[in-house]
Design a binder for this molecule. Structure first.
Ligand code: NAD
Length: 472
């Protein structure tokens, strides 16, 4: 049982101003696995004051000083990888192999990327007699979700540190344990007092105070669309910058070629990874109508082949994060049935033999793009297959969405693959499994307005200053 009741403010572990503990539930066992504190506005005030005070010195540090710090963090992060993996499995149910592998690895990847970008980043450019400076924006409120906790936290914290900003992290209540360990890592690495602060608690309290705070210069938010909208409203009065990384309903287009079955198998299994709780998951699988029978056979076999069970056992998929998330997913499966989608794998209820823990059956429907299950983000292991007649129609269906976060294309005709990729209105497209830590990540339309990862992630935290008439 973990007791993580203190907040990290001004370089110290401190008690909350008003004690208010909450339980952390392990979604695999439904049992209490830890206790955290829920902060109050008074805790936020202390954290913001510390971050404001630290900004005057941290913003003036050299690249070399910040690189030294990031490298110390790298050493400490490497020491705590197993602890982070264990906490992620406990708090959100990710299978241990996934938690220790990709989950923790994404955090390490963003740290290494921040180091590489900082090494070559030019904070000043000269254009004739004008010098354009890129300066840290100031005090940042970082508000993160639970679904890939290290990924989403590290992709904010390390660029913010690297660019000379100070920050207050507000982690999600459902993934508070790994966030606490990350704060221990930063403390051990010697982050100067006040540069990084962490206050746990509910979004409507801590997040709202941060969003409205006149001394917070920027909010970087990753989470759901409705909360992103609320944050923009709360931040409007103080005209702060708001970076939004929101939800998605991404299309995975499988082109008509000899590898179709293989691609459908990969896309279906991919959808079930992390129990489908991935913002950029390819949750709409677009396939040629002329080959629907083969598609159904491959997708059914792939979904039925995904083993579900104890995240500490040898299973591909663990539970979803909480009872609330389980119920939302069940409602969507019911909606799919009600609106006439054809169920070809999974369905309502827990998988056979699992009567405790928030386990969902890997579920696949064949439906149409106007159905609710094809339009709204389900955030669970539920795939909707939609047929198309030709590549132009596939692009049209992919783009007919309020979201525009990710996109996937599988196919062997690379000219066609690239022409389809160019026409998809989304912030990121993975072609035949490509991956790059330096590629910008963010959404079109209601998937947000920010760009994280690599050097684009640095720009989120920088102001631009023109100094004209600069002596040359
Ligand atoms: P959420 O919006 O419910 O919560 C995200 C964070 O916002 C949490 O820390 C929460 O406490 C906080 N919050 C809640 N209400 C708030 C308020 N009024 N003001 C300020 N903060 C508030 O999202 P979630 O359930 O944690 O995460 C799932 C969502 O995140 C999905 O929609 C998913 O697509 C999205 N997501 C997007 C990306 C991306 O990069 N685009 C990545 C991961 C997850």
């Amino acid at each position: 049982m973990r007791e993580y009741l203190k907040f990290y403010i001004d370089g110290h572990w401190v008690d909350p101003v008003e004690p208010h503990a909450a339980e952390v539930i392990n979604p695999a066992t439904e049992e209490v696995t830890g206790r955290i504190s829920l902060g109050s506005p008074a805790d936020v005030e202390e954290a913001v004051a510390a971050a404001c005070k630290a900004f005057s010195s941290w913003s003036q540090t050299s690249k070399a000083e910040r690189l030294d710090l990031l490298k110390s963090i790298q050493t400490e992060y490497a020491k705590r990888q197993a602890d982070l993996g264990e906490a992620i499995t406990e708090e959100m149910g990710a299978p241990a192999s996934l938690a220790n592998g990709f989950h923790v690895g994404l955090g390490a990847g963003h740290l290494q990327t921040a180091i590489e970008v900082l090494e070559r980043f030019e904070f000043e450019e000269v254009r004739g007699a004008t010098v354009i400076r890129h300066e840290p924006i100031g005090v940042c409120g970082l508000i993160t979700p639970w679904n890939w906790p290290m990924n989403q936290t590290c992709v904010k914290v390390f660029p913010a540190l690297a660019t000379g900003c100070t920050m207050i992290l507000k982690p999600p209540q459902l993934a508070a344990l790994s966030a606490h360990i990350l704060a221990e890592i930063l403390d051990a690495a010697g982050v100067p007092a006040g540069v990084f602060n962490m206050v746990q608690g509910s979004g409507s309290v801590i997040g709202t105070v941060l969003s409205k705070h006149q001394d917070v210069d920027m909010i970087s938010f990753t989470g759901s669309e409705p909360v992103g909208v609320q944050i923009q409203k709360d931040a409007a009065e103080t005209v702060k910058r708001v970076g939004l990384e929101l939800g998605g309903k991404s299309a995975w287009i499988v082109l008509d070629d000899e590898k179709l079955a293989e691609h459908v198998t990969g896309a279906t299994a991919g959808m079930m990874g992390n129990s489908g709780q991935t913002c950029s998951a390819g949750s709409r699988l677009l396939v040629p109508n002329s080959r629907m029978a083969e598609v159904i056979e491959a997708a059914t076999a792939a979904a039925n082949g995904v083993t579900v069970g104890d995240p500490n056992g040898n299973f591909a998929m663990g539970p979803v994060v909480s009872k609330g998330q389980y119920n939302i997913i069940q409602d969507y499966i019911q909606k799919g049935l009600d609106e006439g989608a054809k169920l070809i794998a999974g369905g309502l209820g827990r998988p056979e033999g699992l009567d405790k823990g928030w386990y969902v059956k890997p579920t696949v429907f064949v439906g149409t793009n106007d159905m609710v299950i094809a339009r709204e983000e389900i955030f669970g292991p539920v795939l909707v297959i939609i047929g198309y007649d030709d590549a132009d129609q596939a692009v049209g269906i992919a783009n007919e969405s309020n979201f525009g976060l990710g996109g996937y294309i599988s196919g062997t005709d690379l000219d066609l693959v690239r022409s389809v990729a160019r026409r998809m209105r989304t912030g990121a497209i993975w072609i035949n499994g490509g991956f790059d830590f330096h590629a910008p990540f963010g959404g079109y339309k209601r998937s947000g307005n920010g760009r994280e990862w690599g050097d684009y992630g640095f720009r989120e935290y920088l102001e631009v200053k023109s100094m004209m008439g600069f002596p040359v």
